[in-house]
Design a protein around this ligand. Structure first.
Ligand code: ADP
Length: 207
């Protein structure tokens, strides 16, 4: 059957599991990457498409001098008023869904890596994927890597992890698992094997 959409591999994993590291290696091999984190960032950067709606909803106090979303002010507001977080998500999520769908349609690579941190938690993104690839590592390794990357306290990292799907839930949703408990060379070898299988699968659905 002819399809205007490319073969889409949803890539996800908990915080610090190695999604960015894996995505970068898929990209280096030639996969097209659509990253919802990057899209969210662009929408809220100076001149971003969500800025006007955010200003209307929350006032100019949430917009920094450079015209971007004032993340610290927004975090404080969302902490004090959980409704504000939901309202921000109601602005951003449909825009992220539309823009990621547009980028998938326009992708020129043999297949798309659709990187979505909360893919397992979101029916919308799961439905879009031909296959789901989960980057996995022990929780203690996640904590150690995020501490080294961001300098966050262990409790903060554990709180973020508790708000995400559990490791078991993600593994249950996975068609493929990248075991990133080892070295970056081991990660790379697994990405190379999966890349070959995604090329073959994408070729199979091509015209
Ligand atoms: P995520 O995107 O899932 O939050 P990252 O890809 O940013 O995770 O990885 C978290 C941190 O751990 C980064 O600083 C990254 O460079 C590092 N990292 C990822 N995989 C490995 C690995 N196999 N060995 C060592 N460090 C790693």
């Amino acid at each position: 059957m002819h399809s205007s959409l490319p073969y889409i591999v949803g890539l996800t994993g908990g915080i610090g599991s190695g999604k960015s590291a894996a995505t970068a290696r898929f990209a280096a091999l030639g996969a097209s990457v659509v990253d919802t984190d990057l899209i969210a960032h662009a929408l809220t950067a100076p001149g971003g498409a969500a800025i006007d709606a955010i200003r209307r909803a929350f006032g100019a106090g949430m917009i920094a001098a450079d015209g971007s979303l004032d993340r610290a002010a927004m975090r404080a507001l969302a902490f004090a008023h959980p409704d504000a977080r939901r309202e921000l998500e109601a602005i951003l999520h449909p825009m992220i869904r539309d823009e990621s769908a547009r980028q998938c349609r326009q992708a020129s690579g043999p297949y798309v890596i659709l990187a979505v941190p909360l893919l397992v938690e979101s029916g919308t993104y799961r439905e879009r994927c031909d296959r789901i690839c989960v980057v996995d590592c022990p929780e203690a390794v996640q904590v150690a890597r995020v501490r080294a990357r961001n300098g966050l306290a262990e409790e903060q990292i554990r709180a973020i992890m508790a708000a995400q799907a559990s490791r078991a839930q993600r593994l249950a949703a996975a068609d493929d698992v990248i075991d990133n408990g080892g070295s970056l060379a081991e990660l790379e070898a697994q990405v190379e094997r999966l890349h070959a299988s995604y090329l073959a699968a994408a070729d199979g659905i091509g015209d």
